[in-house]
Write a protein that binds this ligand. Structure first.
Ligand SMILES: [Fe+2]
Ligand SMILES: [Fe+2]
Length: 141
């Protein structure tokens, strides 16, 4: 399933970019950067729907975490961090919507995964450059 694999390879790079935005923000604020280890990913799935359902659940959890961080910034009257988080709030709306769409298509395509492949080829070939995105640590320029 090269299209679906390509989608998730692109998504992994995008997520790395989001993490590096947060790293750059902490550096800009003169804060210490501590990146904890992550648990090994789940790699064994019963069918084509299961990994996409897991991805959607992760996006929903990330949305909660982004909202929690924004609330902390507001409670602390940390207006710069509040503003920094606004981009991620918007981004999570997009990420949850994209993964919800993908899950719906995967469910309908579970008997014929070529339909999922064709959907990704047609509709999910990456996002346009976002000039409002925060800078990433280590990015050129
Ligand atoms: Fe995400
Ligand atoms: Fe995104």
């Amino acid at each position: 399933m090269p299209q679906t694999a390509g989608f998730f390879y692109r998504q992994a790079m995008e997520e790395r970019g989001h993490a590096m935005m947060m790293v750059q923000y902490l550096l800009d604020q003169g804060e210490a950067v501590a990146i904890p280890g992550v648990a090994a990913p789940v790699t064994d799935f019963a069918d084509v729907v299961a990994p996409i359902r897991l991805a959607l659940e992760q996006e929903q959890r990330v949305t909660e975490q982004i909202n929690d961080l924004t609330k902390i910034a507001r409670d602390e009257a940390d207006y710069a961090s509040d503003q920094f988080m606004q981009w991620f709030i918007k981004e999570q709306v997009e990420e949850v919507a994209t993964m919800s769409d993908l899950l719906a298509v995967a469910f309908r395509s579970r008997e014929n995964v070529e339909l999922l492949e064709e959907y990704i080829l047609r509709e999910q070939q990456g996002e346009p450059e976002d000039p409002t995105a925060p800078p990433e640590a280590g990015a050129a320029g």
